[in-house]
Design a protein around this ligand. Structure first.
Ligand code: NAP
Length: 238
């Protein structure tokens, strides 16, 4: 049994760094034509690239219009995400707007646009990236957790609507992954502390997450839909 994406077109949002970059690279090496997004102008990439900032409604609208022009998008990985942490009384409405726009509204708008294309082709695999903070939470994660619980709701609702068209929609909830986001939020000290709390004895690598995402996005997944799979080295017990 081999994972094979030849003939498939895949979109990976936030495919310039961290988890998304690894997913995009793995999809490409398994034969997919890959489209990635990021917020900065880039050239010389091995992927088709769209510059889009999901905190900016105009930029998002332009991107959604571009997406609608595609005849085939077989796979969609809603991965782009941001986190800002603070106590509830200190969080700014702007933080709410930005985090909700990137982590929740963009996946909804993309699902809305892409499901139409997938329905026509009677084929699709959507994988949304949630988080362990979509299952548990902790101080200073009120907005982030809200979005990560929320995307699990979108996953289940979309899976119910789309299963009859051959479109399977799932989410993946990573634990602590060694990426820029984790380095920024936890810092070296925080990462060392958390490492000691993970039964697997290490943080995840982007590859640990990509392997799972690729399975769910592939033809090897024929019957799993509306589910969330936690990949956290045993950190949470839910
Ligand atoms: N790291 C973890 O421990 C962890 C754990 C659980 C879940 N997750 C989730 O996994 C996903 C990827 O996380 P990561 O750790 O790989 O993050 P990362 O290294 O910080 O990369 C974030 C990606 O999202 C893009 N992005 C950032 N702001 C954006 C915006 N305003 N509009 C559109 N795209 C934007 C970035 O593009 P640029 O390069 O242009 O900035 C980049 O490609 C996120 O949804 C995150 O919540 C991460």
């Amino acid at each position: 049994m081999k994972i094979d994406f030849r003939g498939k077109t895949a979109l990976v949002t936030g495919g310039t760094r961290g988890i998304g970059k690894r997913i995009a690279e793995d999809l490409k090496s398994a034969g997919a034509r890959v489209i990635v997004t990021g917020t900065k102008a880039k050239s010389g990439l091995k992927f088709k690239y769209y510059k889009v900032d999901f905190t900016d409604p105009d930029s998002t609208d332009r991107f959604i219009k571009e997406l609608k022009g595609h005849k085939r998008i077989d796979i969609c990985i809603n991965n782009a995400g941001i986190s800002r942490i603070d106590n509830i009384e200190k969080t700014k409405v702007k933080d709410w707007d930005d985090i909700v726009a990137v982590n929740l509204k963009a996946p909804f708008l993309i699902t809305r646009a892409i499901s139409k294309i997938m329905k026509k082709n009677r084929y699709g695999r959507i994988v949304n990236i949630s988080s362990i903070y979509g299952h548990i939470s902790k101080a200073k994660r009120s907005i982030y957790s809200t979005t990560k619980f929320g995307i699990r709701g979108l996953t289940v609702a979309a899976s119910n609507e789309l299963a009859k068209y051959g479109i399977l929609v799932n989410s993946v909830s990573p634990g602590f992954v060694d990426t820029d986001m984790t380095r920024k939020i936890l810092g070296a000290k925080g990462m060392k502390k958390v490492k000691g709390q993970i039964p697997a004895g290490r943080l995840a690598t982007p590859k640990d997450i990509s392997t799972l995402v690729l399975f769910l996005a592939s033809d090897l997944n024929t019957y799993i839909t509306g589910k969330d799979i936690i990949a956290d080295g045993g950190y949470v017990d839910v």
